[in-house]
Design a protein. Structure first.
Length: 185
């Protein structure tokens, strides 16, 4: 395991074993074509989803994926490994699913919440894809697993959410150039 991978694992372990406020926050920096934003991960809310997200970041699994689904003013969705290949555009939204069981919580779906995408027919089918709420979405409670919250760069996600779309499919590629774990400040 490389140094950053070991660091991310140490942070994850610290977040799980410490009481609130003792451990540094576990955060991911997402660099996109339109700027960067920061996700604070919530291992106390969804430990398996956070662990999977960190492992995917360490493996550079999000690098080069796109925000392929845009519901203007509602959500933006990305992380599908198939979206790295423009030739697979017709399959965007179907890749990287079926890996995780749901970890529902009472946490509300407010602006900036990061949650796992799942297959419509199976609540226990999350994986690599995630979405960010651009506005409060109370109807999603206990339908999707929340595992993070945006703490910096919400304006970048708002810009992504205003990108042209054909229905809900993004018309232009908005790429996650690089996703990295951030250590304590």
């Amino acid at each position: 395991m490389n140094r950053s991978g070991a660091l991310a694992c140490a942070f994850f372990a610290a977040c799980l074993s410490s009481s609130a406020g003792d451990a540094p926050p576990l955060e991911a920096v997402v660099e996109t074509d339109l700027g960067s934003f920061v996700i604070r991960l919530l291992p106390d809310v969804a430990p398996r989803h956070v662990r999977h997200f960190v492992k995917t970041v360490e493996a550079h699994g999000f690098d080069g994926t796109t925000f392929h689904r845009i519901i203007a003013g509602g959500i933006v969705q990305g992380g599908d490994p198939l979206s790295k290949d423009p030739a697979k555009a017709s399959r965007y939204g179907t890749g990287g699913l079926g890996l995780l069981k749901a970890e529902f919580s009472e946490r509300p779906f407010t602006r900036g919440v990061v949650a796992a995408v799942r297959r419509p027919s199976d609540v226990h089918s999350a994986g690599n894809q995630f979405f960010v709420c651009l506005r409060d979405q109370p109807s999603l409670l206990k339908q999707y697993t929340i595992f993070g919250e945006v703490v910096e760069g919400m304006e970048v996600l708002d810009a992504i959410g205003q990108s042209p779309a054909d229905g809900e499919r993004a018309k232009t590629r908005i790429t996650m150039r690089k996703v990295t774990m951030r250590g304590p400040s």
